[in-house]
Design a protein around this ligand. Structure first.
Ligand SMILES: [Zn+2]
Ligand SMILES: [Zn+2]
Length: 250
């Protein structure tokens, strides 16, 4: 019966919710434990609860200002980032939930490269839970803007899926004032190259007023340079405090 049951690729183009349910037609193996996931996603409910929910419910507050890794005793930067010659960051902090383990790399690949958009649904839950615990008072959420042409080429952007979920399902205040100009893809560059490549590449529309506190959200933080460029653009528009928030840190 070709064409009667949708393929994953067709579902993935029709949105994250549809993709989530398509998993029931396409049995999946959990990336973390290797058992049948019993959901439409390569992630089972027990692993989601045990490995992810617990951390999202009690997000650690002390993170390296550069890479988002948990800090043991130091304040500001972790041991790896402490010696980096760098001026002070425009970020007021970075919160990041999970180490970028091989399983998490697999998860991110399935989600954003292979287009299993349904993974965005549980990931949005984690972001919503953690942000509700971390933030005090009123705040806005700004997704890191995709590179130019990405939505035209691929049809979607994973951070926009998260932003939309936060807005529609959780009632967060989401703003999209940032745009990214053409440049080399960040992941192809080293730390200094990334900083240079981002100079002036992220712009903020002057259409305030903006909330005084903003969380810039992204999937992964490595050097923190993208988050810092977003913070710089927002602060130039008068935003008081800008925090980075990511699911994973590398
Ligand atoms: Zn599992
Ligand atoms: Zn660090």
């Amino acid at each position: 019966m070709p064409g009667i049951f949708p393929t994953r690729a067709r579902w993935s183009r029709s949105g994250p919710i549809a993709s989530f349910f398509s998993a029931f037609l396409d049995p999946q193996i959990c990336i973390l434990c290797g058992n049948a996931s019993r959901t439409a996603l390569p992630l089972c409910v027990s692993c989601f609860e045990a490995k992810f929910l617990a951390e999202a419910r009690n997000p650690r507050l002390t993170r390296c200002l550069h890479c988002g890794k948990p800090l043991i005793s130091a304040v500001g930067r972790c041991v790896t980032c402490r010696d980096e010659a760098d001026d002070s960051s425009p970020l007021d902090g970075i919160h990041s939930l999970f180490p970028y383990s091989p399983a998490c790399q697999d998860l991110l690949t399935r989600w954003k490269i292979e287009g299993l958009r349904g993974l965005g649904v549980p990931l949005t839950e984690l972001v919503a839970i953690a942000l509700a615990r971390l933030a005090e008072g009123e705040f806005g959420i700004v997704p890191v803007p995709p590179r130019p042409g990405k939505i035209r080429e691929r049809g979607w952007d994973q951070m926009e899926d998260i932003a939309r979920g936060l807005e529609r399902r959780h009632g967060f205040y989401v703003l999209r004032p940032l745009t990214r100009c053409a440049g080399i893809q960040q992941k192809k560059l080293g730390r200094l190259g990334r900083l240079e490549n981002l100079k002036g590449a992220i712009r903020c529309a002057a259409t305030g007023p903006y909330p005084d506190t903003i969380f810039v959200i992204d999937d992964l933080v490595a050097t923190g340079s993208t988050l810092a460029a977003c913070a710089e653009a927002l602060k130039a528009q008068g935003v008081g405090k800008v925090y980075g928030f990511t699911l994973f840190y590398d």
